[in-house]
Design a protein around this ligand. Structure first.
Ligand code: SF4
Ligand code: SF4
Ligand code: SF4
Length: 302
């Protein structure tokens, strides 16, 4: 058993036993060796379910919303991207900081579950990093109440530093002419099933009622066709504009392999160019570029 996992179980058991928290959110071993899905532990004797391995991929922050109307205090393990998700939820006034206890983990990066399944367990060591980790700028949690003693982290940071082109895929699309770009995006989103997995997993998608669940709104229909799918894609992208923490979860869960992060990163790149460098979910006090205004704005607004 690795030392992070030992620490996780021990701290969860202590926090539940002493009554500091009523629930601990972490990861447990799933049906297959390449799956470590979220788990919700409420009894000290169940803490040995908690695991820490290279497949603890899910960003756990979003699950706090399921408990936001309870009185419980919840402990949650946070990698770098989970911590940025927490900042996202705090900035959006979705959670109460006093009701969460953040146990930070310096993240060495997680592995790509789909490629793991294809390679087989005997090639476990050859499974590549998950796409979202290749360009991760914050593997260490940006916010926490306590930090577990790390197993690693340096290896990932070197990999991230070596990885060129956080916006490489965006630049490829930008280099296309308008017809090619249209063909690229329509080919991608013609496959969209409107399953909303991308929305459901996203810590930035936290509206009480999503526009796509409001069939009476008149804005959008339920049909799966090109115009409705593109409306969905563009609307969701704009709703997370300046707020997307680049956790890559939307693209990871998409059953159709749609390059959602290319769309998100295009908007991040544009915002950086238009309003200056900004990383969402890093600094609680730094407001998103589209979440503020200046009275002396050079452009007119009404
Ligand atoms: S995106 Fe960063 S913090 Fe999140 S799992 Fe990958 S390396 Fe870890
Ligand atoms: S849009 Fe995707 S990458 Fe951005 S915060 Fe949501 S799930 Fe994460
Ligand atoms: S997860 Fe993929 S298929 Fe499902 S709604 Fe989102 S983009 Fe469409």
């Amino acid at each position: 058993m690795n030392s992070i996992q030992e620490q996780m179980r021990a701290r969860a058991r202590e926090l539940l036993t002493e009554g500091t928290v009523q629930m601990v959110i972490g990861w447990e071993k799933g049906t297959f060796w390449y799956l470590s899905p979220p788990t919700f532990v409420t009894a000290p004797e169940d803490c040995d379910r908690l695991v820490w391995d290279e497949f603890c991929t899910n960003n756990l922050a979003k699950y706090l919303l399921d408990y936001k109307h309870t009185e419980d205090k919840i402990a949650i393990f946070v990698k770098g991207c989970d911590a940025r998700g927490i900042v996202r939820l705090l900035q959006d006034n979705q959670i109460d900081r006093e009701r969460v206890y953040l146990i930070g983990i310096k993240c060495p990066g997680v592995k790509d579950g789909r490629q793991a399944a294809a390679l087989g367990e005997e090639k476990r060591k050859e499974v590549p990093l998950a796409e979202k980790c290749r360009f991760c700028t914050h593997p260490e949690p940006v916010v926490y109440d306590e930090l577990l003693v790390p197993d690693g982290g340096e290896a990932l940071r070197e990999a991230a530093a070596a990885a060129e082109g956080r916006f490489a895929e965006v630049e490829k699309v930008e280099a296309m002419n308008p017809d090619e770009r249209y063909a690229f995006w329509t080919a991608a989103y013609d496959r969209c099933l409107r399953c909303y997995a991308c929305r459901n997993i996203c810590p930035a998608c936290n509206c009480r009622e999503c526009i796509f669940d409001r069939s009476q709104s008149g804005w959008c229909g339920k049909q799966m066709n090109r115009s409705e799918n593109m409306f969905f894609a563009i609307t969701r992208a704009m709703h997370v504009a300046g707020r997307c923490i680049e956790c890559g979860e939307c693209e990871r869960v998409c059953p159709e392999g749609i390059p959602i992060m290319t769309l998100n990163k295009k908007i991040i790149k544009d915002l950086n160019e238009l309003f200056g460098e900004y990383e969402a979910g890093v600094d609680l006090e730094a407001l998103p570029p589209l979440g503020q205004y200046k009275l002396d704005d050079p452009d007119e607004f009404h």
